[in-house]
Design a protein around this ligand. Sequence first.
Ligand SMILES: [Zn+2]
Length: 385
Amino acid sequence: MLRKIYRKANSGVIFALAAGLLTTPIAQAQSPYEDEWSRGFKHYASQLGDSALAQSILNYASQHERLLQQHGYIGRVLPIPAIEQVAPGVFFVKGALMWGTLENFGLNNNITAVELESGIFVYNTGSNPAVAYSFHQKLQRHTSMPIKWLAIENYQSHANLGASYWMDVGVRNLYSEQAAADFWQTRGFDRAVQRVSEYGPLLIQPVRNVADRYTRFEDRLIINEGSGDEVHLVNFGGGHTPTMTGAFIPSKNILFTGDLGFVERLPGLLHGSSYSEWLASFERMVDYVTTHSSDLDNLLVIPGHGGATNLTELTRQTYDYFKDLEAVVKQAIANGVARQDLAQHVAMPDYQDRPMYSQLFLRNALSVFDEITTGQVSDPTLADE
Ligand SMILES: [Zn+2]
């Protein structure tokens, strides 16, 4: 497939050349592997009046693009964290417990692959094509099953930005909730590319917006119902982002919480997050698995951030945190504490050893304060985390 796209792109270049269209920008023919280097050569070729020389320069550019392709995105497997097999046939890479940086290759959330009866289900695309490629390379040392289905948890880049890699390697079933997919297609992608370009342009060099290829749903979609490949994709509702796609796999008794579930690091209320919606969505998620899991005590829970866990621990670290935060902020409001003085009144010592506490404790408290006092959440322009 890759090769086909690549050939098509280059035959476009050659056709343009043969048709004597050298005065128009030849580089319009897009290869997913075009970079500044080959764009420069194509532009140079387009300025030349000498078609033989132009052709040799274009050959050089196309060889360069072929090499980029053969070397697999950025050329070698990134030293992302090792794959942990957290249950039989469940391959998990844990993202950094902070925001995306060059040092963690933007990988700050989890990617998981699950062997089902006839293929592999992957939850989250990876935070960029280079991370997706690296995860795939590592995964192939553990399993030879084909990857057939891929679910995208929400609006964020760490859920979406690896999608074009999976399309390139032939995965066609990428699922996302409707509003999240619309957001990503029209605004999220461009914004994410801009942000990652600032710290790691190589990580996204081959990236494309493929959201028009996502299979969309609103409330729930069951993949291959009644088979050993059954996966329930459920929009449990907003909280962290305005909607959130969780996944429940009956045959494996696994719940993917997406960003309704954080363990280890502190959860974050971003622009547009709502703690009260988060609590309600979390309750819907617990209701869902309580109804659908045949063995709730042994349910394996893969949170959006932090290591694999169980429902009790997840509830303690996410749901109970927001309940405690709500109580602390409500007490401060009852005591007449002003918004600008909140920092002195909302310390939560039980939580301060958790990663991201110092970055988020006040921001979260302010978000809860605003939601309680005004009923509003802040500008829904999404920040990424
Ligand atoms: Zn996240």
